[in-house]
Design a protein. Structure first.
Length: 117
């Protein structure tokens, strides 16, 4: 079994327990080799509310999007946008990835930005 196939199995298993509601949407994370992507999803309505990535214009000053530093910057950007939208609580969906490195840096940066994860 490939590493990506194992991640997909873990993500499906995780999604049985994690759901985004209108008052507490789910922040889904995808990690590629070069970049990090996050989107805020309301699973009841089946809609994506907001989306971000390390390719965002506001993060152009970063030289690469695949680092822990870029994940911290992305987390700060996501936290400001979420609080501007009027939300304080989210459900963090790590996407089947282990909670370390870039995924952990993103979550900790969100918490530092005032979002309850």
């Amino acid at each position: 079994m490939s590493r990506d196939a194992g991640r997909r199995i873990r993500h499906r298993r995780l999604r049985k327990k994690v759901a985004g509601l209108p008052d507490r949407p789910r922040l889904s994370v995808f990690r590629s080799h070069k970049h990090l992507y996050a989107q805020l999803v309301d699973d009841v309505a089946g809609k994506t509310l907001l989306g971000w990535s390390t390719k965002d214009e506001r993060l152009k000053r970063l030289r690469t999007g695949g680092t822990v530093a870029a994940a911290k910057e992305l987390g700060a950007l996501v936290a400001t946008d979420i609080t501007q939208k009027g939300l304080k609580r989210i459900v963090f969906d790590r996407g089947g990835y282990r909670y370390h490195g870039r995924v952990q840096a993103l979550a900790e940066s969100l918490r530092a930005g005032g979002v309850e994860v």
